[in-house]
Design a protein around this ligand. Structure first.
Ligand code: SAM
Length: 361
């Protein structure tokens, strides 16, 4: 279904309970029809909390001196992949800050080892890397790449996500096109309720999901981190801008449901940020309102509390086993099934099928 700006904005402004119920039901129906009842579990490894960027919203930003930094060794990453296999997952997600010391040859080597020695799909979420680096990781076997455009409001993005000193402003949209050309499955997404972000901006975000025809869409509420400039600004605050979007659960569910309607075959996670604002019901409601993916955290115990992009991150006090069990319970509580296999993009599979010529006579 192609949504218009006015339709999306009107849903984002909706506060009538029964009408919102009809949105949740429609998102759930489309999810069931297009990607089925399976919930795919992706094992998340937060492989480094070093970052050389200074995003105003993010707790692992380089200027945050209060953070104890770590970088997982290739052996630890490889062991994390084994844990994902042992838990029956089809994908491992390697996520990190923009860490220049995460050496490309080491990274490619660990990707190759995972690909040669396990059946896992490998998803990368390593921020803005050069085209040559993205191509090298793809050649090494990486299957998917997650790079949120964060907000479609260009001016706001450039303010909140400044380039490195001397670099031109960031063009995450250009990188998303590169990733598509490199034949990665491409994921992107946004934060909801960034200071200065309006409901109209969120409506344009959904239009952009639709236009980019994404394989994966991650949406979570913005959660202020005390050691960031954005938190300080909120405390001393100017009044919110006219039409400011709220960084709450309800707006996040609306965005997830609209993302499902805009991109019916996308893989959409019920995100950790959502689970952070509502640990009990958030993951379940996310799955009931458009999502079909969970990402249990398999980051080893000594590190996981240190990947603090925002405070009280859901799962940071759990062990990998507890995160894995919680995800399983959530899927079963909804009467859904855990996905088998890699949980590849349905859309991309269908596109491949359409372009592969049939047998000739
Ligand atoms: N460095 C990579 C990147 O920039 O894509 C991946 C790691 S980054 C920490 C992953 C995501 O965390 C970002 O895309 C952003 O949407 C989200 N994030 C960062 N700070 C956040 C905050 N304070 N509240 C909610 N989400 C946040």
């Amino acid at each position: 279904m192609s949504l218009t700006f006015d339709q999306i904005l009107s849903w984002l402004q909706e506060d009538d309970g029964p009408r919102l119920d009809s949105l949740w039901q429609e998102a759930d129906r489309v999810r069931r029809e297009q990607v089925g009842e399976e919930v795919h579990l992706r094992g998340l490894l937060e492989i480094s909390n070093y970052c050389d960027r200074a995003c105003q919203y993010c707790g692992i930003r380089q200027p945050n001196v209060h953070l104890d930094r770590y970088r997982m060794t290739p052996e630890e990453i490889r062991a994390g992949a084994d844990e994902a296999v042992a838990r029956g997952y089809g994908t491992v997600v390697l996520q990190a800050g923009e860490d220049p010391a995460l050496d490309l040859s080491v990274l490619c080597d660990v990707i190759r080892r995972i690909k040669n020695e396990t059946p896992l799909a490998v998803t990368l979420s390593l921020g803005e890397r050069t085209v040559a680096e993205l191509a090298a990781c793809r050649r090494a076997g990486a299957d998917r790449y997650l790079l949120r455009f964060e907000t479609s409001n260009r001016e706001l993005l450039e303010h909140l996500h400044p380039p490195r000193a001397g670099d031109p402003p960031t063009h995450r949209l250009d990188l998303l096109r590169v990733l598509d050309e490199l034949e990665y499955e491409v994921g992107s997404g946004v934060m909801v309720g960034l200071p200065g972000q309006t409901l109209a901006d969120l409506a344009r975000d959904v239009l952009l999901f639709q236009q980019l025809d994404l394989d994966m869409i991650g949406i979570g509420p913005y959660i202020p981190h005390p050691h960031t400039p954005l938190f300080q600004k909120l405390r001393t605050a100017d009044p919110p801008c006219a039409g400011q979007a709220t960084a709450d659960e309800l707006t996040t569910y609306k965005m997830m449901a609209l993302a499902r309607l805009a991109c019916p075959q996308a893989n959409i996670p019920s995100t950790t940020a959502l689970a952070t604002v509502n640990p009990q019901a958030g993951p379940l409601l996310g799955l009931a309102r458009g999502a079909n993916v969970l990402m249990p955290n398999l980051t080893p115990a000594p590190y996981r509390r240190r990947y603090e992009i925002y405070p009280h991150k859901a799962g940071s006090e759990r062990t990998s086993a507890e995160s894995a069990n919680a995800a399983l319970e959530q899927v079963l509580a909804l009467g859904r099934q855990v996905g088998c296999g890699r949980g590849d993009s349905v859309k991309r599979r269908m596109r491949c099928r359409a372009t592969v010529p049939g047998p000739t006579e």
